[in-house]
Design a protein around this ligand. Structure first.
Ligand code: DHB
Ligand code: FE
Length: 285
């Protein structure tokens, strides 16, 4: 069967991608940020996942107000890095895993989660920046990636509780898969940030720190956080953090297994308008 070996959580700020692509990682503004991911790149080389399920949000790139899927799974064989206005990022094509993605769609839909099946789409910074942070600048990404898009842009967006339950459903789907696969699940976006209005630039370190503590030790309490708290305390774009609950819900302890091991924790302000948070949790097996 396929199994989740680890979950990874990271912000996806587009300016991080631009800094990497333009060779600015050693500049004083960016150096401390990239230093926080040195361990992670090393860890990725040792972890050698067969597939990554990458939970992210599309930022009006592949989707728009014309069509707003709440949860969408990419079942294609490959996904192109999107042109977000400055040309596509100079990063490798993303290879998909159509067999596992189709299996997850089948299993999760029959567990009553309505997924939109996407056979063709481009992927934006929400997906490519986490890959760059974790893998650096390789010729090809280290393994196939299943894009799993969540609407956190246009209300109504899904509740944290439902995202947490969806993660559990994804874990059950992997349990039923025939092939032995080492799967990682990544939750991306966040942490506190607000990009517009009078509170633009809002950062809430105390709230972020508590979110990370609780995500590790008491994910049920994080799943119970209502939308209004994210918006008030973490800023309008802090709502992206509900996506982390999909990854956390897929970990073994939520299904009665052992607590995950914290391999890495990092927090840094600022990156553009955003507080950057990052965690690596490994399942015991
Ligand atoms: C920024 C952060 C985001 O999550 C995003 O999607 C776009 C911009 C920022 O901080 O600039
Ligand atoms: Fe974003």
């Amino acid at each position: 069967m396929a199994y989740i070996s680890a979950s990874v959580y990271t912000s996806h700020v587009p300016a991080i991608g631009a800094a990497l692509d333009q060779g600015k990682t050693e500049e004083p503004y960016w150096q401390p940020l990239f230093k926080g991911y040195e361990f992670s790149k090393q860890w990725m080389q040792e972890a050698k996942p067969d597939v990554i399920i990458l939970v992210y949000n599309d930022h009006a790139t592949a989707f728009s107000l014309q069509m707003i899927p709440t949860f969408a799974i990419g079942t294609a064989a490959e996904f192109r890095p999107a042109d977000e206005g400055w040309g596509p990022r100079p990063v490798p094509m993303v290879q998909g895993h159509p067999e596992l993605a189709s299996h997850i769609a089948q299993s999760v839909i029959l567990q009553d989660f309505d997924l939109t099946i996407v056979n063709e789409m481009d992927v934006d910074h929400g997906l490519t920046v986490p890959l760059s942070l974790m893998c650096g600048q390789p010729e090809a990404w280290p393994c196939p990636v299943i894009p799993f898009a969540v609407n956190v842009v246009q209300y109504p967006v899904p509740r944290g509780q439902r995202c947490f339950q969806l993660g559990q459903a994804i874990r059950r789907a992997l349990d039923e898969y025939d092939e032995d696969l080492n799967v990682q699940i990544w939750g991306t976006g966040g942490m506190t940030h607000q990009l517009q209005g009078p509170r633009a630039g809002l950062i809430n370190k105390q709230w972020d720190s508590n979110f990370l503590d609780k995500l590790i030790d008491d994910p049920e309490s994080v799943a119970a956080i209502p939308h209004i708290e994210y918006v008030r305390e973490a800023g309008s774009e802090g709502i992206e953090l509900v996506m982390w609950l999909i990854a956390r819900g897929a970990m073994s302890d939520v299904a009665g297994g052992a607590k995950p091991r914290v391999r890495h924790r990092f927090y840094h302000v600022p990156a553009s308008n955003t507080a950057v948070g990052h965690l690596i949790l490994e399942n015991a097996h």
